[in-house]
Write a protein that binds this ligand. Structure first.
Ligand SMILES: [Zn+2]
Length: 245
């Protein structure tokens, strides 16, 4: 019976280890989620800025075309002015020259302002692009490190599962059934008793039961939580210290 209890305890310990490793494997990839989210947000922001800059560029091009057209019209008006034969033609041509010059001046002024703003924007965008690039590199490095870490955890998990299966194989089938049903109902199955108190549910066991436990001839259950109980001082197993005979 003592041996069965030892096996049951080993099974419980290896089950705990397997569960811990399983949850670590599951949680690890999510650790990089904040970085991934930050990067996506920045990327969206930069894409927005980039498309605004592109719009401004196309506005500048169309503005330049209008200026070129004004210049052509100005040349035509200047020719008309030189060819004017009377004061009426001269007046009309000089008004036209005046209007075109003003229009060119206005458009060029506006174009200059917009070009300056757009050049500042392009510089800012380039520097933010660099930031995003370094963030992306950071993420790639972290992902590589994480995948190594994950591989290590998975190897440990495979080892822990093998140890768990080996422990299970040594427990008699009737106790496996009890063990599994207690795990399902109570989370874990085997509880030590310290100074007559079940550590699973903190109830004091009847003294008679405590005496039976001292003999270690049978596997007993706690009357309150139904866990399989043993006197801790008689069977003190620490994790990674399989048995003391
Ligand atoms: Zn109990």
């Amino acid at each position: 019976m003592r041996q069965q209890l030892v096996f049951l305890l080993q099974l419980q310990q290896s089950d705990v280890k397997v569960r811990e490793l399983e949850s670590a494997v599951k949680q690890l990839p999510a650790k990089l989620d904040p970085l991934r989210k930050d990067l996506a947000k920045l990327q969206t922001m930069l894409d927005g800025e980039r498309s605004k800059l592109a719009e401004t560029d196309s506005w500048r091009k169309s503005q330049q075309e209008l200026i070129d057209r004004d210049r052509d019209a100005l040349k035509a008006a200047q020719s008309k002015l030189q060819a004017s034969k009377n004061s009426k033609e001269f007046g009309a041509a000089s008004r036209e020259v005046e209007n075109r010059r003003k229009s060119i001046g206005d458009r060029e002024g506006e174009l200059k302002k917009v070009s300056e703003a757009s050049s500042t924007g392009a510089t800012q965008l380039a520097s933010r692009d660099k930031d995003v690039d370094s963030l992306r590199t950071e993420l790639a490095n972290s992902e590589a490190a994480m995948s190594e870490q994950l591989a290590g955890l998975n190897a440990q998990l495979a080892e822990a599962r093998a140890a768990r299966d080996a422990a299970r194989a040594q427990v008699e089938i009737k106790w496996i059934k009890v063990y599994d049903s207690l795990v399902a109902k109570r989370g874990y199955s085997v509880a030590p008793v310290v100074k007559g108190i079940c550590q699973g549910c903190h109830m004091a066991l009847p003294p008679q039961l405590n005496n039976i436990l001292a003999r270690m001839e049978s596997i007993e259950t706690c009357p309150r939580c139904s866990r399989l109980v043993y006197r801790k001082e008689l069977l003190d197993l620490k994790p990674d210290e399989p048995k003391k005979e």
